[in-house]
Design a protein around this ligand. Sequence first.
Ligand code: AMP
Ligand code: ZN
Ligand code: ZN
Length: 362
Amino acid sequence: MAPPPSSFSSSHQKPEIRKDKINNKLIIFSPARSKRPSDFKSKSPVSNSSTNQLKECPFCIGHEHECAPEIFRVVDDPNCPSNWKIRVIQNLYPALSKDIGTHNRGSEDSGCCIIPGFGFHEVVIETPTHPVHLGDLSGAGVGEVLMAYQKRVLQLASVDSIKYIQVFKNHGASAGASMSHSHSQLIALPIVPPSVSSRFTAMKEYFEQTGQCVLCEKPPKELVIHESKYFIAVVPFAASYAFEIWVIPQYHSAHFQDIDKDKADDLGGLLKLMLKKMGVQLNNPPFNYMIHTSPLHINDSDLQFSHWYLQIVPQLTVLAGFEIGTGCNINPVFPEDAANILREVVVEDMEENFREIHIQGS
Ligand code: AMP
Ligand code: ZN
Ligand code: ZN
C-alpha cells in the first residue's frame, strides 16, 4: 500500500499517473476534469422515497413463495423460524447453471475456448423488510450478513470444480441493481477470473521483491479514513474511481471465509460507517461493493502474500471511450483529498467506537 514517499503532490493542480500495484493497473488523476472534490455528489441518488413507493416485493417477508428455493435462513429464535432476519436463496435467473453434470465440465487448463457454464448464482436477502437498507442495520446486524456470506462461501468452496467465489452487492439502478430490496449476491465459478489471477501474481511479485505482503504494510495516514480493532478503511493510493474505499483486514488473511464472528462484527461496524459517510457526503449514491478474496485451493506457500479486502465503489462517473479503450481509468479526485473529506464527515452516533486518525495540518 505504501507509495514512494515523495509521490504525494501538495497542490494537486497537475495531473498524475499512478500505478495500482495490487491490480497492476494505471490510473490517471486529473483534477482539471472536476469541480472541487468536496462538491462531488451523485446525480442519480438512491432515494428512500423510491424504495418506499414499492412497499413489498418477492424478497419481503411473507413473499417467500415468489422466490427461487431457499438455501438457508438466519433466525433469532429457532422456535419461530418464519421470523427470519437473513435469507440465502437461489437466483431465479442465474448467470451460471449448477445443473450441468460433472462429466461435461471442462477445464480452463485444457486450452479450450469454451467450457460449460457450470456454477452457482445466489442472492443474500439482507433484511426482511423492504425499506431497510444494509447501512440501517446495526454494526452487529451487518456482521450477521457477513457471516451469512462466510457460511455459504464455505459450503460452495467444498464443491468439486469451484475455483473462485465472488461476493458482491449492487445498490441502486445505475450500479446494476434490478431489485431495490436490500440484497447482495454470490457467484461461484469453475474458473479463476483473469483479474483475480493478475492480482494474485502482482501480490506474489511484490512479496518476492520486498519480503512483505503488500496489504500488510501500513498505509500512509493521508489515505486512511478510519480504523477499527481488526480493519482499516482507506482510499487506495491509485483509486480507480472517485471516492473508492478499500476496507482491509489489519491481520494477514488470504481468504475472506476465514473471518470469525468477532471480526465480522467489527467489519460490520466499519462497513456501516463507510456506507453512512458515503451517503452523507456523496448524496446517497448508487454503489457496488466486492469482496476480493484469493482463489480457492492455493498452496500453503502462496497464502503468505495473498490478502483479501473489500472494495466499495460509489457510482459517480461513467466509464467512457478512453477507459474502455485503454483500461486506464481517469479519476478526477486525488485519493488524499477523498480520504480527507470522508474522514471529516460526521455520522451521528456512530464514531465513538472507532479510533480517530489525526493528520498533521488537517
Ligand atoms: P440485482 O439485479 O443486482 O438487483 O440482483 C437481484 C438478483 O435477484 C438478480 O440477479 C435477479 O436475477 C434475482 N431475482 C430477481 N427476482 C428473484 C426471485 N423472485 N427469486 C430469486 N432471485 C430473484
Ligand atoms: Zn421487498
Ligand atoms: Zn497480508
